[in-house]
Design a binder for this molecule. Sequence first.
Ligand code: WTA
Length: 655
Amino acid sequence: MSESIQSLLESVSKENRSFPPTPEFAEKARVRSMEEYEAEYQRSIDDPEAYWAEIASELHWFKPWDRVLNEDEKPFFKWFEGGKTNLAYNCIDRHIENGDRNKAALIWEGEPGDSRVLTYFDLYREVNQFANALKKLGVGKGDRVALYLPMIPELAIATLACARIGAVHTVIFAGFSSNSIRDRVLDCGARCVITADGGWRRGQILNLKSIVDEAVEGVDCIQEVIVVKRGHGDPFPCRIKEGRDHWYHRIVQDQSIHCEPEQLDSEDMLFLLYTSGTTGKPKGIIHTVGGYMVYAYQTTKVVFDMRKEDVYWCTADIGWITGHSYILYGPLQNAASVVMYEGAPNSPDNGRFWDIVEKYGVTIFYTAPTAIRAFMKWGEKWPNAKDLSSLRLLGTVGEPINPEAWIWYHKVIGADRCPIVDTWWQTETGGILLSPLPGATPTKPGSATLPLFGIDAAVLDDEGNEQKAGILAIRKPWPGILRGIYGDPQRFKDTYWCKWNGEYYFPGDGARTDEDDYFWILGRVDDVVNVSGHRIGTAELESVFIEHPSVAESAVIGVAHEIKGQGLVAFITVRENATADEKLEKELKDLVIKSIGKFAVPEKLIFSGDLPKTRSGKIMRRLLRDIAEGKALGNVTTLADPSVVETLRKKYQEQ
Ligand code: WTA
């Protein structure tokens, strides 16, 4: 067993409690029992093409596909080849035609307490007007459009407008720095950025427009910057650059409320989403229209047991994949009413989320373990003060959930009544792959349980033999699978398809299975750290530190963190003539903020004379992790200089 799996396994508690779905839930659920799950699962694995064709035909196609799955150029799979469709049409127009014109589509709550409800017909008008405005500026099919917006309705509207006209959206989480925006914009050659003159976060206004100005300065591909008015000119007056910048409200005002949806090919690009990997710069994950659409639709329907009567709230940001698939595309295709909240969970106080649940009668609530651990710390009095009886289903995503947090969520938020779906998936997978089905699967705290329909998952060792503990692998392609890395087909093959001779997709997570064949995700086996559910590449951070003239070398590791799941620790050696002091520490932290964003600043920076290395010069990260987690140190005899660890350990304890 590899060393990384061994160390992941050590952290898993022996959890064996099981929670079957309540009969009340199961009775009304889409999938009502394990027998139903197993029968449908078997059918989906025996004949995936027939299965997915059946699901896809629940949606609208301008032209049906010629072939469900084309594997000829594996791993460059094609789904629903020859089909023509439009995802925005399936999210909006389909429901309008079905008589749901005046049903709430988006229920938006601003941090300061303002709110807006958009019906499906409102959304239709707003999306089409903005789509027409984009077209008038010359933005069209295949153009890349970057969005750097707070969680306001215009973010949803603009994303859907891109999908309607076939422009490729790339949403950049509003916590990223101007350098990160620039990297992404340059990588995909975006022609347009959509931003806002402000956005609320813990009572403060974020100055997004000036961050964008800095990012696109001198970037030739950018022709337009569109600015949504959310701030009030104070404290940041918004500078408008003639010829390049346009106010959103001005360009939409005279546009028609109708815009013909572009009839897109299934394999036309829908969006790019940048995510961190093991090496170098973040990669632009490609998702295409047809397969992603079908997968987001189906997984939302079965995992969240979703109905159009549901008031569904996912607390993620649309800047991450969770927001793409499970705020926008999945729930809207299922005609739900989707709650969207702009701000922080503790603004103005720690009860804000429960206020929102009570205010809108949320029925399905989907959040991350890191948030649940924060709620636990804040105490039961906050949720207990509100009426949460509208809730019927809870979900979690982004990182392994520790059983204590699961139990708390189940009891305090779910009143021992709501099933919990622990959903495992990734930016690359487009949608959920492992999860309980709430009316069927008995859940176990900390386990993402079983594969969804069409997902053939296994736990393997490096050689490809099935094991009880090892590396998670997925055998068959599914419609939502990434289609590539923008501009880098080789990196796509190397990253995901090199292990096990291209026979399996390699997600980079460790896992084990138990006596019921349930999957337990153990965490990443590569150098990606999951901080509060945000993926950060350690190599990415190391390359930031090395830019500083005083830094000779650095090694960044992820360590267990009570609230964030994992935190970052950076070990840094400085150059001979440099001083390792508070000033340097601040400079290095500022450098991370400038290069990536505040959320990537390490918990601890440790300056050290040397780093533990093998005789061949490789940094031994495992030892650094042991030092940081206060564990007994394993074998150090292979080190070039064994005294280095002892010195480091002392230093670490002093901090
Ligand atoms: C981790 C987020 C355990 C995992 C949707 C994966 C999880 C990475 C779970 C993807 C879960 C996500 N249990 N771990 N339920 N969900 N992860 O791309 O390590 O931001 O590889 O997608 O998060 O993160 P990403």
